[in-house]
Design a protein around this ligand. Sequence first.
Ligand code: PHE
Length: 516
Amino acid sequence: MEGAALTRRGLLVGIGAVGGAGAMYAAMGALGLAPSEQDKAFTPPRPGDFTLRGRAAASVVILGAGVAGLTAAYELGKAGYDCTVLEARAEAGGRNLTLRGGDRLTELRGPAQEVRFGEGVYFNAGPGRIAPWMVTLDYCRELGIPIETFVNRNAAAYVHTNGQTLRARTAQADMYGYVAELLAKATDLGALDKMITKDDRERLLDFLRRFGDLGPKLEYEGSERRGFTEFPAIGAGTPITAPGSLHQVLAAGTGHAITNDFGYDQATPMFQPVGGMDAIVTKLVEAVGADRIRTGARVTKITTLADGVEVTYTGGTLKADYCIAALPPHLLARIPHNLGAEVAAALRTPVPVPAGKIGLEYGTRWWELEDRIYGGVTETDLDITHIWYPSYGYHSERGLLVGYYNTDENAELYAALTPDDRRRRALTQGKKIHGEKYRQNVLSSASIAWERQEHIEGGWVRWPSVDSSFTLLQRPAGRVYFAGDWLTHLIAWQAGAMESARGVVTELHERVLRSP
Ligand code: PHE
């Protein structure tokens, strides 16, 4: 089971086209990634570590003020390391980007957008949700960032598949109902007798009755779980009419949508910082010291030397004892360096994944008022993929929903459009679910195509296969260390960036303490 659990973590997002969990585990086994080598408890470096060993904190130049770079600077700073962070963009944060009224979003090969959201309205254009087990929440606690629930699952949200729109609760009731019925009947007919004892058979039947809300004859005949057109009050309410046949329910293809939050990383409850995800950036920058971060500093050359590193950037040349390169691999790959051919090839291995989102601001929160949807996600098989309803600002006047959050071809399709056309298309798609009101009272919008963000150029990366490039880059090349979510099994999560930074900080610190 240990192995199976590990395989699940195996770059689910980050590795495309793998032959299932088995192949994955085999690959990881081949790389020597045994469970015992996984994360040890992290101890931040302390100033006292040096007094005991007669060493001094070193200087470190960190490339990239994204979540990995900032976390590294923050942790090293605790022991008095002299860190300088070089950031090519105008602001720190990387993909942790929250857009508000007054912001300006530029784009490669596309026009800039002026963000016009109203007071208090924000759009997490990058990361938006945090699972409770993730280290991200530890940083929120440590940095004093208040968090609140992010509603990732909402029975009242919709599932839109094969041209049909259902409430999530309805789709789930029907699918569970029929699955339970089938299994209950098979059990009842003795089809499982070779596999389970008589007692277990009773226990299973008992569970299946609950699971599917089955009738006395083990039949699924609908359930109040499906929801009501009029909810019970003084009267008993009006349940939604009986479900379609098993065939119809299967043909609706809601399976993916109703199991979306079954994963260890998507299960409810999830969390978000109050007021916007970029609170994490703000607090990290504050803790690191804004004066240690040079923005608009694009790195043009990385040289590892016997006694240090030399980094050339648009503002000059910096020498330091060590370097932590916390840029996306596809950008690092373009920077001239002397780290060797193997490193160069490894950096070229991961492939950027296009990802996009649009924030649609409305003058009324019709999803709360009319649809009774308070947060959560509507799953669709349209090119918008998801609609996210806001998990903040309930009952306030205006509100912002995420009108698409998609990747790969769908993201590319929207990226190729002008911001106006992206909005139009998103509204046309959303109308299929919510009706004409979806296109009315839209106050403003902003859309991001991550592969067109300068100095980022992707939502995240995908490793074509688990090969030695991945492990090679987890090791330093001379005095240059690599950090980022792309070097972990938590690709596309801030937690990956943070865990990676912690790992590098630990190794670098140990090296400094050991060095003559
Ligand atoms: N972390 C991102 C999200 O929550 C991307 C992601 C999606 C990662 C699904 C893993 C699984 O949307």
